[in-house]
Design a protein. Structure first.
Length: 71
């Protein structure tokens, strides 16, 4: 019985450490996923801004052409 208890006492720190490693690994994975999501969001925002700028230039050009044809 003492042998079994000794083995359990020896394995307890290993088991607890393994839980900590798994938790740290899970947190690191979640952080990496969030970082990727943020980068994708920034890229989408940048693409949208380019499209907005292009549309604004078209509107300005159309307005300028309309003004010059009215004169």
């Amino acid at each position: 019985m003492k042998l079994v208890r000794g083995i359990l006492v020896a394995l307890l720190p290993v088991a607890l450490a393994a839980c900590g490693v798994e938790t740290a690994g899970t947190a690191a994975t979640a952080a990496a996923v969030k970082k990727q999501e943020i980068e994708q969001g920034k890229n989408a925002m940048r693409d949208a801004q380019v499209k907005i700028d292009a549309a604004a230039k078209k509107v300005e050009a159309s307005a300028a052409a309309s003004d010059s044809s009215e004169k």
